[in-house]
Design a protein. Structure first.
Length: 136
């Protein structure tokens, strides 16, 4: 496989080595990005990184790969990113109707999913009885 289905490099060497090292993680990140945008959201690469709790440096190249492979589409709309530069909003190729992004309250972590069929991760039982009292 070659770019854009795998991380690429322009000149080989260290960039090529890094691309090989991140190939598995890159596949997982591309899938996460695609699933997020399948909801109909319009987001910049940096906003996607924030939603996925990843760094923009991990997400921006994956977004470029997905645009080049035709999975994501750059819209004409732009929004400022963290650096203040205007960045294109991205959408999934199969989602032409925009869905409003739910508001996120600052400082709060996401609560358990309300999506049907998606359950919470089951926690392993505590090793000591007093851990159950402290940590539930």
């Amino acid at each position: 496989m070659t770019y854009p289905t795998t991380p690429g490099s322009k000149g080989g060497g260290a960039s090529e080595d890094a691309g090989k090292k991140i190939a598995g993680r890159a596949k997982m990140l591309r899938a996460a990005i695609e699933n997020l945008l399948l909801t109909g959201y319009r987001l910049t690469a940096d906003e996607i990184a924030e939603r996925l709790r990843e760094t923009p440096f991990a997400i921006r190249p994956r977004c470029t790969e997905l645009v080049k492979s035709g999975v994501l589409v750059k819209t004409k709309d732009r929004r400022p990113n963290a650096s203040g530069m205007a960045a294109h909003l991205l959408r999934h190729k199969d989602r032409e109707t925009e869905v409003a992004l739910p508001a996120v309250e600052p400082g709060l972590k996401p609560s358990k999913s309300t999506t049907p069929g998606v359950g919470r991760i089951k926690r392993a039982p505590a090793v000591h009885a007093d851990q159950n009292v402290l940590f539930g």
